[in-house]
Design a protein around this ligand. Structure first.
Ligand code: BG6
Ligand code: GLC
Ligand code: GLC
Length: 839
């Protein structure tokens, strides 16, 4: 009994001594929570630096945008190829993702070796090798001659500007192939694949292993928004708010950021915690001065750190009786898998003895205990450092979401995490201690990064297919320069038809004489009333023109015209108009004043003089009965009579295009065209009188209201009409009429967009195939939405320049509408009237 106790005592004492010895020797490697919190704060600052546009260039933690914007939603499906290059093993895989009620992923894979002469030789040979392996895999699996999308898991830092491209910033870990840095690895691989005539793949996504891991885990747990690799290398990614990512446009939603935290400390930020062993290890590595954080943490380096410590301790006589074996002197002889074996709970000591013996050493019991403790300190430090950086990411996520407590899942993968017996437990514990306000679940990715990479590829391939389909639909609306030239020439021919006596009756572009023969000359003056009917609003205006100074003062009031009046009887419409005039006169204190009035009436009218105009037919949203064929001035006069309250002197009836031209001509005498791109679409211009066969006389000019909205009503532009135009036409008040107007003007553009949205939704290309009730409502998509998304005016101006290269055109916006122009016309007409009377 006594002997046993004595033995136990002796053993405990010996163990304590050994542990104390190692603790003293590696004092610098034991990090307190205080230090870890400090490192966490430093890493938070590093992330901020990497995300900022100005600070990113000098940041060592690059915070790379990945263009992965959402975690899987379960709707992914299809058959994909996947390559997984950069970890301890190189794999080619086929992944089958199906929905079928519940999510289901099937994978077949094949490992291929990655000999040093390949991963450290010329870059082109590396890519050729990878392509060869892919081709081999496809042949064995019978996948040749089948076009498949491919996701590439490439576990190195790449700068991406889109999902299917990535410029290698630098090799890390064991890779150092020449001539690859600063090139796009996707196109390099695509080129190499092209050499195999029997396979056809389309690389749709480049994904870092952290991202693949996060996506793999997120497929099973939607809370997963962080991915961590603890393998050959170490790294993490997480979902960041777009508004914080300066390097990518847009503020909506989130994007996954590949932190590349392995490079933390490359700018000296961790010098205070690095030890002589870290420096020695770095010195002998493939990439000295780089990936300093990774070199304290990851699988490729932990074994070597242990070796360097043991060597130093042996040299100092603290181990193996001061002896060192030649194996112990050889770089790389202790690997992370050895460290893991030595730290095993029960067999650890026996394993240690065996491993040390294999290294040609003769360890004592005490040596084994000491070496085991060295391993513990080094792997513990690794877990601690990883925990500190991870805690920084979790804190950032919690702050981004403005939460007091964060519930989240971290997806983890990598050989270190998987094979080291204590590592996961230690890591979890420290993270929870450092961020007590986060409830973190750690989820091991059972199937590597590939499943996640396939999810990303699935989304990319769906987006690509949709984009193609949408492009096909929209290409119908995209007019080529040749088509535009044809439209121009046809329009030109139609204008001629309208002007000629013989062809005029059949012409769809009516070319209506307006009896406006001159431009304002600046001598106009006086007070006028103007009405403006036919656009979005009905307006009544008082216009005061002062001569000489070309200055005009206007007062106006806008009145709504209810739909039931627009489409009621003619009498109701004109009574309503007169009612509005009465209100306005009242409002202006002008009751009883007998003012000359100009009537802007924005519909096609056959005029025989400036104050006579018979409505040919309603367009746009009007359809009042008993008006077509009637003189609108007469109808207005009768309505005034019916009211019997005031009298008005109606001097001119004016189309809005003409009013607009005159408004602008008042400021710029060169103005000789008026264009309306509003509820409707129309144009007027000054034509030589001798070309206007419908009007007597050869001298001078007259303004022609083209009514070009009717262009195409004879079918002459059917070739550019789409099914959407037809649907809009059929749903309109005047089917078959105003076809050109229906392709160009405000009343219809929103409706065309709505028809397209409905069709794209039906095809499953938008809104997950669900057409909402509101989208089914006619007119719900207003044209103003288009201009909130796009700006058109420069397109108009540019296209005019291209189609009329010999015309130097200035576009002038009529700030004052057509009302001012109508008043100017009234002024001129009034003067002529007076002159006639006097004669
Ligand atoms: C694997 C991934 O599961 O984990 C690899 O699929 C990744 O892409 C690897 O690089 C990381 O671990 P290791 O230990 O293989 O480097
Ligand atoms: C290295 C690579 C990084 C990768 C990590 C884990 O740090 O630079 O891209 O994610 O190793 O494999
Ligand atoms: C319609 C009318 C036309 C008007 C145009 C712009 O096309 O028919 O007269 O000029 O709309 O309002």
């Amino acid at each position: 009994m006594f002997a046993v106790h004595l033995m136990a005592f002796y053993f405990t004492k010996m163990k304590e001594d050994q542990i104390k010895k190692v603790d003293r020797f590696l004092y610098h490697m034991r990090l307190s929570d205080e230090t870890l919190l400090d490192i966490m704060t430093r890493f938070q600052a590093e992330m901020q630096k990497g995300l900022g546009k100005d600070t990113n260039p000098t940041a060592s933690v690059k915070m790379l945008p990945t263009f992965v914007r959402a975690i899987p939603d379960g709707s992914e499906n299809g058959e994909f190829l996947s390559l997984d290059l950069g970890g301890s093993k190189f794999r080619v895989l086929k992944v089958q993702v199906s929905e079928e009620g519940k999510q289901n992923v099937q994978m077949e894979s094949q490992f291929y070796p990655t000999p040093n002469e390949i991963i450290r030789g010329p870059g082109s040979e590396l890519f050729e090798y990878v392509a060869d392996c892919l081709a081999d895999f496809m042949r064995t699996k019978g996948l040749t001659h089948k076009k498949l999308p491919l996701g590439l898991t490439f576990s190195f830092p790449c700068a991406q500007t889109k999902l299917e491209e990535g410029v290698l910033l630098s090799w890390t870990k064991k890779f150092k192939a020449r001539g690859v840095q600063d090139t796009d690895v996707v196109s390099r691989l695509t080129q190499a694949i092209k050499k195999h005539k029997d396979i056809d793949v389309d690389i749709l996504a480049l994904v870092n292993d952290t991202v693949g891991t996060m996506m793999t885990c997120a497929y099973d747990d939607p809370y997963c928004e962080v991915g961590v690799i603890l393998g050959t290398g170490t790294n993490a990614c997480y979902m960041e708010d777009m508004s914080n990512i300066d390097l990518v446009e847009g503020d909506e939603g989130r994007m996954c950021i590949n932190t590349e935290w392995g490079a933390f400390g490359d700018d000296g930020a961790l010098e205070d915690i690095r030890t002589e062993f870290d420096r020695d290890l770095d010195f002998g590595s493939l990439n000295p001065g780089k990936q300093l954080f990774e070199k304290m943490i990851s699988g490729l380096y932990l074994g070597e750190l242990v070796r360097l410590v043991l060597l130093k301790m042996a040299k100092a006589g603290l181990l193996f009786g001061g002896k060192k074996s030649s194996t112990l002197l050889t770089k790389g002889k202790i690997e992370t898998r050895h460290v893991a074996l030595m730290e095993k709970y029960k067999e650890g000591l026996a394993n240690t003895r065996e491993i040390l013996t294999d290294l040609g050493l003769e360890p004592s019991e005490a040596d084994c205990i000491a070496v085991q403790h060295v391993c513990t300190i080094i792997s513990f430090r690794s877990a601690n450092l990883c925990a500190a950086a991870l805690a920084a990411i979790l804190t950032r996520l919690r702050e981004n979401k403005k939460l007091a407590r964060l519930r989240t899942t971290v997806g983890v993968d990598g050989t270190l995490y998987k094979i080291h017996p204590q590592y996961p437990k230690r890591l979890h514990k420290v993270v929870r201690r450092l961020v007590p306000n986060c409830d973190v679940r750690f989820l091991l990715s059972e199937s590597g990064s590939t499943k996640g990479a396939a999810m990303v590829t699935a989304v990319a391939s769906r987006v690509q297919a949709q984009r193609k389909q949408i492009d096909r639909v929209l290409s119908l609306l995209r007019l080529t320069p040749e088509q535009l030239v044809r439209v121009r020439d046809k329009m030109r021919a139609e204008l001629e038809y309208g002007l000629k006596k013989d062809t005029h009756p059949q012409a769809t572009v009516k070319m209506l004489p307006t009896y406006v023969c001159g431009m304002p000359d600046g001598t106009e003056k006086g007070k006028f009333l103007a009405l403006d009917l036919g656009g979005t609003n009905f307006r009544v205006l008082l216009v005061k023109i002062r001569s000489g100074r070309r200055s005009v003062r206007m007062y106006n009031k806008i009145f709504a015209i209810p739909l039931e009046i627009m489409q009621g009887t003619g009498e109701e419409l004109f009574d309503h108009i007169v009612q509005c005039i009465a209100d306005f006169l009242d409002y202006m204190g002008l009751k009883g004043a007998q003012l000359p009035l100009g009537f802007t009436f924005s519909f096609p009218c056959r005029q025989t003089s400036i104050d006579k105009g018979a409505l040919i037919e309603w367009t746009k949203g009007f359809k009042a009965t008993d008006c077509e064929g009637e003189d609108v001035v007469d109808m207005l006069r009768e309505a005034i009579k019916r009211r019997n309250e005031f009298d008005l002197d109606i001097v001119a009836v004016v189309n809005d295009t003409v009013g607009t031209m005159m408004t602008c001509a008042h400021e710029d005498p060169n103005c000789e065209i008026g264009l309306i791109a509003g509820t409707g679409s129309n144009m007027c211009y000054m034509e030589e009188l001798r070309n206007i066969e419908l009007v007597e006389g050869d001298q001078g000019k007259m303004c022609i209201n083209t009514e070009w909205g009717g262009f195409g009503d004879n079918g002459c532009i059917d070739d550019i009409q789409t099914q959407y135009d037809k649907e809009v036409d059929e749903g309109s008040l005047n089917p078959g009429k105003q076809r050109y107007e229906k392709m160009t003007s405000g009343m219809y553009l929103g409706e065309i967009v709505r028809q397209i949205l409905i069709d794209l939704t039906k095809q499953g290309l938008l809104f997950r195939g669900q057409i909402s009730e509101r989208l089914r409502t006619r007119g719900i998509f207003e044209t103003k939405f288009l201009s909130q998304i796009e700006s058109f005016s420069w397109i108009l101006q540019e296209t005019v320049k291209e189609l009329a290269p010999r015309c130097d055109v200035t576009f002038m916006l009529s700030e004052d509408g057509s009302g001012k122009g109508a008043a100017l016309i009234t002024a001129v007409a009034k003067r002529l009237q007076q002159a006639q009377k006097e004669n």
